[in-house]
Each structure stands twice: as structure tokens, then as C-alpha cells.
Design a protein around this ligand. Sequence first.
Ligand code: ZN
Ligand code: ZN
Length: 139
Amino acid sequence: MELKQLLESRGIQPTQQRLKILQYLQRTGSHPTADDIYRDLVKEMPAMSKTTVYNTVHAFLEKGIVTGVMITGTEVRFDAETRTHHHFLCESCGRILDLNVTCPNCAREEIDGHRIKELHGYFRGICASCSGKEKKRSP
Ligand SMILES: [Zn+2]
Ligand SMILES: [Zn+2]
């Protein structure tokens, strides 16, 4: 779906700045904080304010356009991938990466009579890049 239509369908006026923020979130795989988003986008769009970024990502969160990843316990990291997937937090570089694991609980709709709407799974440790085990891409 076009980003503009996506925002309109969730009742959000698709301003240029909002579109830019959504586009940024869809392109990055690093699960940025609102501050990270602001820091990157203000270079391109000097008129962008921190408040706009905060209000926008929280509106996106409320409307289910993005999900909030709250692994660190001190900040919300934003993710444009809203399908259930697990995360990995690197204690060394602080990046949050998507993990491609199949989890038997992902598809569960009910547990002990409780209806499941969301599942968040995360691992933490040292990422492949920080531990020097990243697969070398062949030249
Ligand atoms: Zn790392
Ligand atoms: Zn993710």
C-alpha cells in the first residue's frame, strides 16, 4: 500500500513530514528511537521539530502503523514491521536487530482462555558484528 493511503486509511493526515518519518522507519532496520529519527531527518528537513517527530511516532503507534520495541526498559524504539517477529538487543553496540526464528507461540490465538493480540520476544547478548563472527560477504 502507498504510504499516503496507509496514513489516510488510519485517519492520519499525510503531511510531508509524516510521510518522511514513515518512509524512514520502513527503510531502516535499526529500530531507532524518536531522537534517532529526529537527528537523521533534521539534516534533510531543517524545519522538522523534535516535537513533530515525537507526536508523529506516537500517533503511528496508537494507530498500529508501527510497533514499539521496549527491550531496554528506558526507551521506546520504533519498528515499521508490524508482523510478529523476535528481536535481539546487542549489549555492546546497542543495536536492536530482527531475528529470523520460528516460534511455536507466534501463531497462538488463545492461551488458558486469554485472547492473544500481541507477542513480543527478545534475546539479548553480543551481536555477530561485535563478537567478530559476522559472516563475511564474498567479494
Ligand atoms: Zn553489537
Ligand atoms: Zn523489528
